[in-house]
Design a protein around this ligand. Structure first.
Ligand SMILES: Nc1nc2c(ncn2[C@@H]2O[C@H](COP(=O)(O)OP(=O)(O)OP(=O)(O)O)[C@@H](O)[C@H]2O)c(=O)[nH]1
Ligand SMILES: [Mg+2]
Length: 410
């Protein structure tokens, strides 16, 4: 089965711009208002990560994408985006809209934490003058809520479960824990890594103290749901000094300056045919200057100077870095004909697969089709014209033909 797209969960305090970010990224209209708790049911949509399409450096005139899009030489590959209800302090205990909404995050592989960097919403999400609320407080508070929720879900009935693990072989301990937490999209390798890194007694899990268990679960959270910080509302002047301060306070975190309203406005202008803009570009051009009124012209000018300063609106960059940097995924292109880079029907580079770093050629064969995997003989790297074995570790941008004893048209 072709890889399922990664799931990005959008989290944040209420009224910080989560739905605006979601709409800007997916073009799915979501309710946006300047008051707390507008979103109640999660919005689900398709967003895209952007990479350079190999047809460009191969010198091919075009490609025929099937599971993705190619826009002027940029390949856009789908990912699933989830916009959930806003959080407030105490959410994991049911405050605000509480637990149910955190449960929507179970399926997420990575989280984008939208923060109102301008400080124009108070602790409860009510509008206040810009610069009067500290966004750093929000970041710590909301992430603590996520951690507490994670802890309480896994901790439930843990003692009894742990007693059953005592004296099992390590492999079985890992598998049992992995199975127990699989509903939170935690994979086996996360469990193995968290166990290794925390150095807990694997022979006697029932002896772990609550603090040790907490340490283990916090490690699991960081591995299975890494969090990128979207410094939103950077178009409001007060946001800048906050941004610098937050960056200094959290030097190890990925923090992307962004304006979701600007990205949303640009996408609307593009839909209306007013501008030429490819999501993720650092600039755009105006197509119908004479059809714009004064207000629209001014708005586009503001967006343009913001993009000049920050290198874009930040929305596409956040999606890309969440998937490529935090989730460590790469893009590979399966083909049938390694000379023409086509599938069996002559489509050029039809598929772009997002796979985890470390995926092997044989694993890719299984992703294309189970039969291809079962009969795997070798793979051909189309760019290099080179044969590789099943244990070859794929690299970003590889174009791969799988040769199998059980040939299958895909
Ligand atoms: N200036 C500015 N305002 C923004 C930005 N993003 C969102 N907003 C405004 O912030 C307010 C809240 O936006 P929403 O997208 O509804 O926020 P939310 O986080 O989904 O809110 P809830 O669903 O109620 O928790 C709206 O008035 C948006 O127009 C931004 O980048 N810049
Ligand atoms: Mg919302």
């Amino acid at each position: 089965m072709p890889p399922t797209p990664p799931v990005i969960g959008v989290i944040g305090k209420t009224n910080v711009g989560k739905s605006t970010f979601f709409s800007a990224a997916t073009m799915v209209p979501a309710r946006i208002e300047n008051r707390p708790f507008v979103t109640i049911e999660p919005n689900i949509g398709v967003a895209y990560v952007r990479t350079i399409c190999p047809h460009v450096d191969l010198g091919l005139p075009k490609c025929d994408p099937r599971n993705s899009l190619c826009v002027e030489g940029f390949r856009f590959i789908p990912v699933k985006l989830l916009d959930v209800a806003g959080l407030v302090k105490g959410a994991h205990e049911g405050r605000g809209l509480g637990n149910k909404f955190m449960d929507d995050l179970r399926q997420a592989d990575v989280l984008i934490h939208v923060v109102d960097m301008s400080g124009s919403t108070d602790e409860e999400g009510n509008p206040v003058p810009p610069g009067t609320h500290d966004p750093l407080e929000d970041i710590l508070l909301i992430e603590e809520e996520v951690d507490e929720w994670f802890f309480s879900v896994i901790r439930k009935d843990w003692e009894r479960f742990a007693r059953g693990l005592d004296n099992l072989p390590l492999d079985d301990v890992i598998s049992s824990i992995a199975q127990r937490v699989s509903g939170l999209s935690i994979r086996r390798e996360h469990v193995a890594k968290a166990l290794r890194e925390t150095g807990l007694d694997r022979k006697k899990p029932s002896s772990w103290s609550v603090d040790e268990l907490r340490g283990f679960i916090m490690r699991l959270r960081k591995l299975s749901k890494p969090i990128l910080i979207l410094a939103n509302k950077m178009d409001i002047p007060e946001a800048r000094v906050n941004f610098e301060r937050v960056k200094e306070a959290l030097p190890d975190r990925v923090i992307i300056p962004a304006s979701s309203v600007f990205e949303l406005a640009l996408k609307k202008a593009w839909k209306g045919g007013y501008v030429h803009y490819i999501p993720g570009d650092s600039s755009f051009s105006v197509l119908k200057p004479n059809e714009l009124n004064e207000k629209q012209r001014k708005a586009l000018d503001r967006i343009s100077s913001f993009m000049k300063e920050f290198g874009g609106t930040g929305v596409q960059e956040a999606l890309n870095r969440a998937v490529f940097e935090l989730l460590k995924m790469i893009v590979v292109y399966p083909v049938e004909d390694p000379h023409k880079y086509t599938d069996g029907y002559g489509n050029v580079l039809p598929d772009a697969y997002l796979v985890r770093e470390g995926t092997t050629a044989e694993e890719l064969a299984y992703l294309i089709h189970t039969d291809l995997g079962k009969g795997f003989l070798y793979a051909v790297l189309a760019r290099e014209g080179k044969r590789v074995g099943g244990s070859y570790i794929l690299k970003d941008g590889d174009i791969v033909k799988v040769v199998s004893a059980k040939a299958s048209r895909h």
